[in-house]
Design a protein around this ligand. Structure first.
Ligand SMILES: [Zn+2]
Length: 125
């Protein structure tokens, strides 16, 4: 049973919709219970499997595999090309300067002298 299910309530005998009710202890919410929308009788605890990681696991199973294989959204090397990742970039509070030309540059500008800053750092190690 879950919130939104249509059932015949064992308490009032009417066909009703299951709703989720917050349980209070004083002013504190202590949990949730399923309840009859008509008479508000408690119908039990909500299924834990319907939310969180269990649902995600089920979805993964549905898609034919575990979710150990994560899709990498890291863009390719081409995407790194641009003055923002260039070794020549000089960061200035209000603008980006190219240390080679001493001119202002756009972060996405791709110039023939582009050298990847991170690659250089890797080589230095
Ligand atoms: Zn009822």
């Amino acid at each position: 049973m879950k919130s939104g299910d249509i059932i015949t309530c064992p308490h009032c005998g009417e066909r009703t919709v299951v709703k989720t009710m917050k349980k209070f202890s004083g002013w504190q919410i202590t949990g949730e219970v399923l309840a009859c929308a008509l008479c508000s009788a408690e119908l039990g605890a909500p299924e834990k499997a319907a939310s969180g990681s269990a649902a995600r696991d089920r979805l993964a199973a549905l898609l034919g595999g575990d979710d150990t294989e994560h899709v990498t959204l890291a863009p390719g090397e081409e995407h790194r090309r641009g003055c923002r990742n260039c070794i020549h970039l000089l960061e200035h509070p209000f603008k980006l300067l190219c240390g080679r030309t001493r001119r202002e540059v756009e972060p996405m500008h791709v110039c023939p002298e582009f050298q990847d800053r991170e690659k250089k750092e890797e080589k230095a190690k």
